[in-house]
Design a protein. Structure first.
Length: 276
């Protein structure tokens, strides 16, 4: 069955150090699944605090050369868009603002992969904190991130902190830190940005054996209650197995909670895809 919605978050091995699929493989798999469009949102993590084999930044000029070549040979009815995923740190908003103004990106994701300056994937000591305290602090950092800049379109994976958590139930819920969530969601709404529902997290929780793998309904309900209307689906795929994963189920859940459309972006302009 063909999927109906744009996959707005993907990484390729040519430009993201932690990806294993090529851009050719991304396109081929998306076509085989009937996905109408994908966005290639490579990591740009300036001043990443951990020593890793390859830097989490990429040559943007080379990226656009490849994008242009790929776009020239796409079949009719399929679209490939240029994106970037910016890794937030407090000292970087001005640098990132200048960066994205210098290139013709279709969409910009702003994400926070750090907690108090360290990535939980590499630094697990943060999980010694009680889950509610840690998650609340992280959500507060997201609110601060959104308020620090305006030149982005999508707020990436608000539940990143939960992805590597060793707690028996790692999922994140509104009732754990309602005041922090309200500040975060209000900031998203005030800036007219789109809240990403990152289906890689759903897949991750599923593999861990968590029974309820879906985003907390109270988060979605509260976002809608506060006036939030913009949501985006992104698989955050680093390999071909997860492209478009859980999109139909997630879109149906969003519709149940009063969301009428999904946002994607072309030339930094919002495109609304009705949820069918």
């Amino acid at each position: 069955m063909a999927l109906l919605y744009t996959d707005s978050h993907n990484h390729t091995v040519e430009f993201s150090a932690d990806a294993v699929m090529t851009m050719d493989e991304l396109i081929s798999e998306a076509l085989s699944k009937g996905i109408p469009a994908v966005v290639v949102t490579e990591h740009f993590e300036k001043d990443f605090p951990h020593k890793i084999e390859k830097p989490l930044i990429f040559d943007i000029d080379e990226y656009f050369v490849m994008m242009t070549e790929q776009q020239a040979k796409l079949p009719e009815g399929f679209s490939l868009y240029a994106g970037i995923e910016l890794g937030y740190q407090k000292h970087l908003p001005a640098f990132y603002d200048a960066l994205v103004k210098s290139y013709p990106f279709d969409s910009v994701i702003l994400s926070n992969h750090l907690y108090e300056g360290k990535d939980p994937f590499f630094f697990r000591d943060c999980y010694k904190l009680p889950k509610e305290e840690l998650y609340g602090r992280y959500i507060e950092e997201l609110a601060e991130m959104i308020n620090s800049t305006n030149d982005f379109d999508i707020v990436g994976h608000y539940d990143y902190i939960a992805r590597y958590a060793p707690y028996p139930d790692p999922t994140i819920h509104y009732d754990m830190c309602p005041e922090a969530f309200d500040r975060f969601l209000t900031a998203v709404i005030r800036k007219n940005k789109s809240l990403e529902i990152n289906t890689r997290s759903i897949y991750k929780f599923h593999t861990l054996g968590v029974t309820d793998i879906w985003p907390d309904r109270k988060i979605l309900a509260r976002y809608r209650e506060l006036g939030g209307i913009r949501v985006t689906l992104g698989s955050d795929s680093h390999d071909t197995s997860t492209i478009g994963i859980y999109f139909e189920e997630t879109a149906a859940m969003l519709k149940e909670y009063g969301f009428d459309f999904l946002c994607s972006y072309v030339n930094r302009k919002e495109i609304r895809q009705p949820i069918l």
